[in-house]
Design a protein around this ligand. Structure first.
Ligand SMILES: Cc1cc2nc3c(=O)[nH]c(=O)nc-3n(C[C@H](O)[C@H](O)[C@H](O)COP(=O)(O)O)c2cc1C
Length: 432
């Protein structure tokens, strides 16, 4: 009998419904802020998979990419409030938010080539000082600008489908959710039943993923395979034909085949693409990911969202004590202007009134640090990235192309990982 190790992902195909385009069942997961950028997502779509961009901090991202000045203008408007502890006055202008989101999506979709699809990852935990209103604008603007699909993630609140049910593309765009348990899926389906629209796919994210986790600090007690099994059994019992897409720790093509053989429609992967040339991380940070060993990675609770997050222990964001930057950013402010980092920061300032620099260890200013690529969130298997490439004579690692990594997932068998063609020949060892 053939085992999963003898097969490759290329033997499988995926399509949404009967008439959707035939896709390679590899989905690049969303990585905010601007880590899964347009270049990376477009490359995945060109190769026939599904690529995610992310709308995390979208005005800031368009400022950097397209020379807009949303962040500068927002800071100018709220400058008077910078020293105040009360951030309740700081709000996003919904018209400008819509403009930024449309630009972000349109400019990406204009460049789309090939048979694949481009989706946008919308983290609902980005409460943006007015959770419902800003999320509605983000979702509707992405649909207006022609995105192929939306994945609702981190902090999924159950009424999101209802927010956009009047939109003309509500039934034509692909809408999916990320859950980490069968219970979360059941709740979402129950709550959105009124809209008479099922999700087009459900990403089941396990405890080895990067970014925020849908688990507590006891994440190691859970495993993706068991959760996926429960979800598949539940959907079969209920006769719901929703494609299931496992994510988190799928590192080789064979890992992917194992899930596809279980009945998954596709897999969502991210970590292996963090060290590609196309990925939005600065090259020096990609080298940090390559260098990491298992003991250099931790799951901690410094994210003000309240969700545990996995990152490199050497992330500059850990222990930094910068002044909250909500007037410029403020993506994690709740409806009342609260963010857990503001409280942690003020506590430290009160404790150390004369200190020039302070350290805040329990929370971080996630907006600022994600914006500056100083919070090095990563998947559990980041420590295996060094085995996916060549070490260069100067000790650094050769970056990969997204095409190489995609094709390795697509064609590899027996858990093998193909190394890329060498870009620099190794220095010959002198004879004698
Ligand atoms: C650097 C990084 C950033 C991430 N950011 C997000 C994010 O903004 N939103 C989200 O839903 N998932 C995020 N994720 C999770 C991925 O989309 C994906 O589901 C998961 O990491 C897949 O597991 P793998 O990295 O082991 O392949 C992130 C993952 C990484 C590695």
């Amino acid at each position: 009998m053939m085992s999963a190790a003898d097969r490759c992902v290329d033997e499988f195909r995926f399509r949404f419904g009967r008439h959707g385009p035939e896709l390679i069942p590899i989905m690049l997961g969303g990585m905010g802020v601007d880590i899964s950028n347009a270049d990376l997502a477009l490359e995945i779509a060109r190769l026939g998979g599904i690529g995610h961009i992310s709308d995390a901090m979208v005005p800031t991202v368009t400022d950097r990419r397209y020379d807009t000045a949303y962040t500068k203008e927002k800071l100018k408007r709220y400058k008077y409030n910078v020293k105040s502890l009360d951030k309740s006055a700081v709000k996003f202008d919904l018209g400008l938010l819509a403009e930024a989101q449309k630009m972000h999506v349109l400019r990406t979709m204009e460049r789309k080539r090939g048979p694949g699809l481009i989706f946008i990852n919308c983290m609902e935990k980005l409460t943006m000082a007015a959770p419902k209103e800003t999320l509605k604008v983000r979702l509707e603007s992405a649909l207006d600008a022609g995105i192929d699909g939306i994945t609702l993630s981190a902090g999924l609140h159950l009424g999101s489908f209802a927010l956009i049910e009047e939109h003309p593309r509500f039934r034509d765009a692909k809408l999916g959710i990320i859950v980490s348990s069968v219970r979360a899926l059941q709740l979402f389906l129950k709550k959105s039943a009124r809209t008479r629209r099922l999700p087009d796919f459900v990403v089941v994210e396990g405890p080895l993923a990067g970014g925020h986790l849908g688990f507590g600090l006891d994440w190691a007690r859970y495993d993706l395979r068991s959760i996926v099994t429960e979800v598949l059994q539940y959907l079969a019992r209920e006769e719901l034909a929703i494609p299931v897409i496992p994510a988190g720790g799928i590192f080789t093509g064979t890992d992917a085949v194992e899930f596809l053989e279980m009945g998954a429609a596709a897999v969502q992967v991210a970590t292996r693409f963090t060290v590609t040339k196309e990925c939005g991380l600065p090259d020096r940070v990609k080298q940090e990911y390559f260098k990491a060993n298992e003991e250099d990675i931790e799951v901690n609770t410094i994210s003000p969202t309240g969700y545990p997050m996995r990152m490199l222990k050497s992330s500059p964001a850990i222990g930094a004590g910068i002044r909250p930057n909500c007037e410029a950013f403020g993506y994690l402010l709740d409806a009342n202007g609260h963010c857990a980092y503001i409280d942690a920061y003020n506590r430290e300032v009160e404790k150390n009134p004369h200190a020039k620099t302070i350290h805040v260890w329990d929370k971080t200013c996630l907006c600022t640090h994600m914006r500056n690529f100083d919070c090095w969130t990563c998947g559990h298997y980041t420590y295996r990235l060094k085995d996916t490439t060549h070490r260069l004579p100067d000790g650094s690692y050769q970056l990969l192309t997204a095409e190489h990594v995609f094709n390795d997932y697509r064609y590899s068998k027996n858990h093998e990982i193909a190394l890329p063609p060498r870009e620099v020949e190794p220095t010959p060892v002198a004879a004698g």
